[in-house]
Design a binder for this molecule. Structure first.
Ligand SMILES: *Cc1c(COP(=O)(O)O)cnc(C)c1O
Length: 362
């Protein structure tokens, strides 16, 4: 039924984001490997910071996030004036689309790109444009071919989700250099910390006026439940986003936890090392069972099956064993399953269950 009161064009085209499942009715010992969360949770320092911040909950939070921006700038060697903090990096993506997108404009995302790009573009009234990938890898030439005078933003996640693949800094630099002047390249670095020595594109941001980087505390920092992200960009873009941003978009709990998590660099290093170790183990175990995957640079593996039916059957089998993984049909990867790298015990359970599945398969 249509109503006289109508949302603006685009809104009803949005298919709401579906998060990774977290429960199996009636099952115990469920392991959630469907949302790329850190299996070890946040640093103890972050939890302690929250306990302390609890005493100030009657106070409105800082509107300019100075303490957190200063900490981010120190740890990553960035200019604190060109950092913006958000309620998850999802909010930064939203702010970018609100500030630059609108009716008559286009926002480019790639074939297997993160679902929030399309949702945020539509919510802003812009047209999302999907560009194909080359064997589950971002294709710079295909993006450049899709750019026109209406294009305002190009979103790529590097490493990508749910592919886990990465394109090299030469390719990213070439994309930034070849985009017309009216287009901003957004590098989503949600998984940047899992790549040893990778800056997420920060240097490119410093070198150019048309590159913006987003980062999150939801993945390696284990704070997905608290919703904290940030962006780094040219001064003109930070200024635009700050005009659109709500003044109290982050609570003191969020900022205190993020600052403490950031400063516990030993913990991040340990999580990165453990992820690298178990990711290789998981990928090899899957491959030995005849389930290949692209080399992943993130905290998950995209397992590829011979058919959609096999992927679905495997997901059902894993579920029956209390293992929740992510179906990726919504990302045009219906023959794949995205499996978060859990702790060692979880990875062993996955391979154990997959072995039984393959045996049953014949
Ligand atoms: C998980 C993820 C994010 C993080 O979103 P938050 O809102 O910060 O939790 C952003 N981009 C990609 C590609 C992701 O996978």
């Amino acid at each position: 039924m249509t109503h006289a009161i109508q949302p603006k064009p685009g809104v009803l085209e949005i298919r709401p984001y579906v998060g990774g499942e977290s429960r199996i009715p009636g099952a115990r010992d469920v392991v959630k490997l469907s949302s790329n969360e850190n299996p070890f949770g946040p640093s103890e320092a972050a939890k302690e910071a929250i306990r302390k911040a609890v005493h100030q909950l009657h106070r409105y939070p800082s509107t300019d996030h100075t303490a957190l921006r200063t900490a981010i700038a120190e740890v990553h060697g960035l200019d604190p004036a060109r950092i913006i903090c958000g309620n998850g990096s999802d909010e930064i993506i939203t702010l970018l689309c609100q500030a630059y997108g609108g009716p008559g404009t286009e926002v480019i995302h790639t074939e297997h790109g993160f679902g929030m790009y399309r949702i945020s573009a539509l919510a802003a009234g812009a047209a999302p444009i999907e560009v194909h990938e080359q064997e589950r890898k971002v294709d710079v030439d295909a993006i450049l071919d899709a750019v026109n005078f209406r294009t305002r933003l190009v979103f790529i996640a590097n490493p990508g989700n749910p592919t886990g693949t990465m394109i090299g800094q030469n390719e990213v630099g070439r994309l930034a250099a070849d985009l017309p002047e009216h287009v901003m390249l957004v590098l989503d670095g949600a998984y940047a910390e899992f790549v040893d020595g990778y800056d997420g594109g920060a240097k490119l941001v410093d070198e150019r006026e048309n590159v913006f980087m987003t980062r999150t505390f939801s993945k390696i920092y284990g704070l997905g439940g608290l919703r904290i992200g940030w962006g780094y960009g040219p001064a003109h873009a930070i200024d635009a986003l700050n005009r659109v941003r709500g003044p109290f978009n982050l609570s003191e709990l969020q900022m205190a936890a993020a600052e403490a998590a950031l400063k516990d660099e030993d913990y991040v290093d340990r999580c990165r090392a453990e992820n690298t170790r178990m990711r290789a183990w998981l990928a090899k175990g899957l491959n030995d069972l005849g389930v290949p995957s692209d080399t992943s640079f993130a905290n998950f593996v995209l397992a590829r099956f011979e058919s959609v039916e096999e992927a679905d059957a495997c997901e059902a089998h894993l579920r029956s064993e209390g293992l929740l993984v992510r179906k990726t049909a919504g990302y045009k990867l219906a023959n794949c399953l995205r499996i978060t790298v859990g702790d060692e015990a979880s990875c062993r359970r996955v391979i154990h269950a997959m072995t039984a599945f393959k045996d049953r398969d014949g």
